[in-house]
Ligand binder design. Structure first.
Ligand code: ADP
Length: 489
């Protein structure tokens, strides 16, 4: 099958969060299964070009109709972890992808609309006719609309469209002028109303367009698929998803075992596996050395992730102070684009600077993240909502026990050692329900008690976690099933 992924991120070259890991991981697995996969991405000035093999200096030149003019774009080919990638550079005065950041510009909607049109124009110019185009999140949600209307009778008329929602909170609510810019004026797109946003009068909703006009829609866990269709976690799109329920399902994300495996990870000092778990503790020693934590008989509780309201920042802050008080060590690796949250954690770091039981690294640091996953005893993920979550999957692979709130993908992947109905061998962590200080204190107390007083039970949870299979193998098969269904094969 010939599949083209079009996305705003792909690990490791342009990564902000889980979207990048998924585009990379799913593509690699489809490639391993013998399919032809290509990825179209923006050519950001801030992407890590050194991780692209053989990036070509010569390029395919594409003239992109946008904003009533022709915008010159060049598309450069390179290989990322075996996958052929096409990087779209624009040469207009707006310097769309030369902003020093992936996201956060006032004209993000315009930047990704240009990218969406350019990606489709590039496919035409290069004479490509994929069986499936797979788009991701609001940034590329315009592509299904473009294909249904503007390019209806074109070279892509037989191509099927799969659209994946990674986080429904960010929908791309835009002025209808954006559709005009992309060549979707009322005459070209008579169903303009189908994209109207229900909560913001006068605005269009790109994600809604992606849902309505794709052949199939997925999200990243079964529980989140239900939550987004039936509760306010749908962020206003519940009724749209319900109306399209027959083409909507949740497929759990996997993680790339080539990257995340304690047996062969080059970023950790001592490799280990479920058969020699003791060696994990050599990584704990190294983590302590690296972060100047004292070497005492205490569990290390870690947090790795974006510091965002979604991730439960208040509960993270409360857990930090609570766990230090109760005799645990605490390691945090996170960053926040939100100035207030960022300043808050910098203050906290300063306040705790002489505490040798905790370390706050307020940056994005891929290498350190590997050592934290390997060297910690537990990882905390108290999210308000969580479409899938990758940090619990990665942590489990390294025998680091997850403590999670029962929501979305966390609930589909982490099963409480005491409270779950799953067979004993599948219970791989601790979980709590309420988004409250009381609930988090209670679960931390439980986890610390098991670590201190029931080491054999704790070891059993670690082993169960390491044996849980969250590779891409099964999930990629589910996507292939959807692609085949769309193609009527
Ligand atoms: P989200 O996509 O909501 O940010 P996920 O749990 O799905 O969260 O994915 C987060 C990914 O980003 C994981 O691979 C995690 O290791 C990585 N990550 C998040 N924050 C950092 C950081 N500060 N440094 C290094 N890696 C990070």
């Amino acid at each position: 099958m010939y599949i083209v992924m079009i996305a705003s991120e792909c690990a490791p070259v342009s990564k902000v969060g889980g979207l990048a890991d998924v585009v990379d991981g799913l593509s690699c697995e489809l490639l391993r299964k013998g399919h032809n996969v290509e990825i179209i991405l923006p050519y950001y000035d801030c992407m890590n070009v050194s991780l692209v093999d053989n990036i070509q200096s010569n390029s395919v030149e594409v003239s992109v109709p946008f904003k009533g003019k022709q915008i010159a774009c060049s598309v450069h080919t390179g290989i990322v972890r075996g996958n052929t990638c096409y990087f779209v550079k624009s040469h207009s005065d707006e310097k769309y992808f030369e902003r020093g950041n992936f996201y956060g510009a006032a004209d993000d909607d315009e930047r990704f609309a240009l990218f969406s049109v350019a990606a489709v124009e590039f496919l035409g110019k290069a004479g490509k006719q994929p069986d499936v185009i797979h788009c991701h999140d609001w940034q590329t949600a315009l592509i299904p609309v473009l294909l249904r209307y503007k390019y209806k009778n074109s070279f892509l008329s037989k191509t099927k469209l799969c659209y994946t929602i990674h986080n429904i909170k960010h929908q791309g609510k835009v002025s209808h002028k954006l559709l005009d810019m992309a060549g979707l004026s009322l005459s070209a797109f008579p169903e303009l109303d189908a994209m109207a946003d229900a909560s913001a009068p006068g605005y269009m909703n790109l994600m809604k367009g992606g849902i309505v006009y794709s052949d199939y829609v997925t999200t990243v866990s079964p529980k989140y698929a239900t939550e987004t269709r039936t509760s306010n976690l749908g962020e206003g799109l519940e009724s749209v998803l319900s109306a399209h329920a027959s083409k909507y399902e949740g497929i759990l994300n996997g993680i790339e075992y080539d990257i995340w495996s304690p047996e062969k990870d080059h970023n950790i000092p001592v490799n280990y596996s479920v058969d020699n778990i003791e060696d994990k503790y050599k990584n704990k020693d190294e983590l302590r050395k690296k972060l100047s934590l004292r070497n005492v008989f205490k569990p290390i509780l870690a947090v790795v992730g974006r510091l965002d309201a979604q991730k439960g920042v208040h509960l993270i802050r409360h857990s930090l102070l609570y766990s230090l008080n109760k005799g645990m060590q605490f390691v945090l690796l996170g960053s926040s684009p939100d100035k207030e949250i960022d300043e808050y954690f910098h203050h906290l770091k300063h306040y705790l600077r002489r505490n040798s039981d905790c370390s706050l690294s307020l940056s994005y640091d891929e290498e350190l993240s590997h050592l934290i996953y390997a060297g910690s005893d537990m990882i905390l993920i108290p999210s308000l909502y969580e479409p899938c979550g990758l940090t619990q999957l990665i942590a489990m692979r390294y025998g680091t026990v997850p403590i999670v709130r029962n929501t979305g993908g966390l609930s589909d992947t982490v099963f409480d050692i005491e409270l779950s109905q799953k067979p004993q061998t599948q219970r791989n962590g601790f979980a709590f329900e309420e988004f409250s200080y009381e609930a988090i204190e209670s679960v931390l107390t439980r986890a610390q008690f098991v670590w201190n007083e029931k080491p054999y039970t704790f070891r059993e949870i670690m082993t169960n976690a390491m044996k849980s299979d969250y590779s891409w193998t099964l999930s990629a098969d589910r996507y292939l099933g959807i692609y085949s269904k769309m193609l009527g094969r």
